[in-house]
Design a protein around this ligand. Sequence first.
Ligand SMILES: C[S@@+](CC[C@H](N)C(=O)[O-])C[C@H]1O[C@@H](n2cnc3c(N)ncnc32)[C@H](O)[C@@H]1O
Length: 275
Amino acid sequence: MKEHLDVVGHWTEIKLQILQDYAVAYAQILQNQHFIKHVAYVDGFAGAGAHISKQSGKLIAGSPARALSIQPRFSHYHFVEMDAARAKRLQGMGDEKDVTVYQGDCNEVLLKEVFPQCRYEDYRRALCLLDPYELNPNWEVVETAGRMRSIEIFLNFMIMDANMNVLWKNPDSVAPDQAQRMTKFWGDDSWHAAAYTTEQDLFRTFEQKAPNESVVAAYRKRLKEVAGFKYVPEPLPMCNTRGAVVYYLFFASQNPTGNKIAEHIFKKYRGHAGR
Ligand SMILES: C[S@@+](CC[C@H](N)C(=O)[O-])C[C@H]1O[C@@H](n2cnc3c(N)ncnc32)[C@H](O)[C@@H]1O
């Protein structure tokens, strides 16, 4: 089944460590909050459960396997994976009773099946990882998590995908279906105003592409002001071996303690993640 596994670089190993470090602290803290009845781990883009390290050539645990290894255990594990072979591999990983594997699009599965099991008013909480390859998930998923108040998220903003396919110097030449992907991710077309400034020279008015940092800052503002997450630390830029930012790792939560822990973990890696 190795053919279903990704070969991953150093930056992915760092991301996995960050998520694991946070999930360990989260599980411990929630265990001590006795009024909480159920704590779920949700992986929206769960993958195959393992990867092959580019550095060592060895098999390394993916995010679902790491979540399953954490003590105290979560009340339930929800793994969503689009790819049938990967979903099948995940099926074999956990005790049937507390693991549900959904083969499908997390944009539908999370909203219809998983998030309704994580309601604040039912004294339930969830840690949700949204770790796609490209501009995904739809904003509706993120906004729903924020509004529910019971779900905290880690989310990759795939800025390299955005820059390669949508945020071109000349926005007029971008294919409509690519712009549409950005709109689905962002929630509306206000990304355009965040990604371009209007400049003027002696002869004309023209649009100038804004730097990554401005786009990401605008998305962070949406997480707070539109989705209603109280705490969204500055995201962590994750780079490839050439030093280019592939994605920004966001954390968003309603909880001051969770925020403190995430900021502490991010601080450890800021400045050298992925190199
Ligand atoms: C970056 S990998 C996930 C890695 C995993 N979180 C880990 O750290 O071990 C992204 C996964 O999302 C899956 N995927 C892509 N689109 C999806 C969607 N709309 N819903 C659910 N899974 C999706 C891909 O098949 C792939 O396995």
